[in-house]
Design a protein around this ligand. Structure first.
Ligand SMILES: Nc1ncnc2c1ncn2[C@@H]1O[C@H](COP(=O)(O)OP(=O)(O)OP(=O)(O)O)[C@@H](O)[C@H]1O
Length: 308
């Protein structure tokens, strides 16, 4: 297990992390989500020994991570860390050597990962000559080239085109299948939902939700009902007891129903407006769950109020 346990970190009187903890099993992928400034990068930097926690620790296979343990982690820092003048192939070989591969194995691994991430033809280019997306691929190859036991990646998908996203997703899934625990942060929640076995959502330095997307749905979301009533005037559903309007556009309405709210009363109200062309339950997306748990509690509508 990769365990982040009770991490606290303050800069001056700014409490950045207040007891952050989660675990990632070998062979599983953990999506680390949270608003800008929530503390994701700080958490990952602590794992890599780049920031010191005020309390708590990160363990791999039951032992606190030390320098030796960190050499077996493939890490992609948010600030990136490539040498602009170095050629892609040399750079990847260099990173593999840093992590302890001998010269021949490092050269082989550099060749392999450059090819797998679509950089084969750019092996002899200097990093500074590459587009931003291709530099990103080099950075990823640098994290993978040492055959790491663990992967910790800070926003690895940002800036990649859809083909690059697919190449990286496939590479990460393959690492998972090989037993590597993978943690990555991302604001691309559709991707997190698609790839991750479990997710953690950080807000104001605390883990406000974690588990599988399915578990988060059960815990956080009311039941969502999508109703398309093309002739309905805005606000048609507002008077039905226990119903909150999540969104409403051109007769296409998403409603959240509290437990006990009557879906047939909603259907009757919709039919009173005219035609109903769609009426079905819908699962909450990760984006909707994220909004629900990250919203400032002071601005969050209380379920009891809407149920009244
Ligand atoms: N070295 C530092 N000194 C002071 N404050 C810091 C330092 N590093 C991070 N912070 C603060 O800690 C908070 C969390 O930052 P962090 O980069 O961990 O967030 P994040 O969740 O990764 O955000 P983003 O999604 O924008 O990358 C921010 O308010 C940031 O300003």
């Amino acid at each position: 297990m990769l365990e982040f346990d009770g991490l606290h970190k303050s800069y001056g009187d700014h409490h950045v992390l207040e007891g952050v903890g989660f675990t990632v099993a070998p062979g599983s992928m953990f999506g680390f989500c949270g608003a800008n400034g929530a503390g994701k990068t700080t958490t990952m930097r602590i794992a890599m020994g780049l920031a010191r926690p005020d309390a708590g620790e990160v363990r791999w296979r039951g032992r606190p991570l030390d320098e030796e343990g960190r050499r077996r982690i493939g890490y992609m820092p948010e600030e990136r860390g490539l040498y602009p003048k170095m050629r892609v192939g040399e750079q990847l070989t260099y990173f593999a050597r840093l992590h302890g591969l001998d010269a021949a194995a490092a050269a082989r691994a550099a060749e392999e990962w450059a090819g797998r991430l679509g950089l084969g033809e750019r092996r002899r280019s200097r990093v500074e000559e590459l587009s931003l997306g291709n530099q990103q691929r080099v950075q990823l190859a640098a994290a993978l080239v040492s055959r790491p036991e663990v992967l910790i990646l800070d926003e690895p998908f940002s800036g990649l085109d859809p083909v690059g996203v697919d190449a990286l997703a496939e590479a990460l899934l393959e690492q998972c299948r090989g037993g590597v625990p993978v943690v990555f942060s991302s604001h691309q929640l559709d991707l997190v939902e698609r790839l991750c076995d479990s997710v953690g959502i950080l807000a104001r330095g605390r883990m406000v939700a974690s588990g599988t997307v399915e578990e988060l749905r059960r815990r956080e979301a009311g039941r969502l009902l999508r109703v398309v009533a093309p002739d309905a005037a805005p606000g048609w559903a507002g008077a039905v007891p226990g119903v909150r309007v999540v969104s409403e556009r051109a007769g296409d309405t998403l409603l959240e129903l509290t437990d006990g709210a009557d879906d047939q009363a909603v259907l009757a109200a919709a039919l009173r407006t005219g035609r109903v062309t769609h009426f079905a339950w819908r699962e909450a997306t990760l984006v909707e769950l994220f909004r629900e748990v990250v919203a400032d509690p002071a601005q969050r509508p209380a379920r009891e109020e809407v149920a009244a």
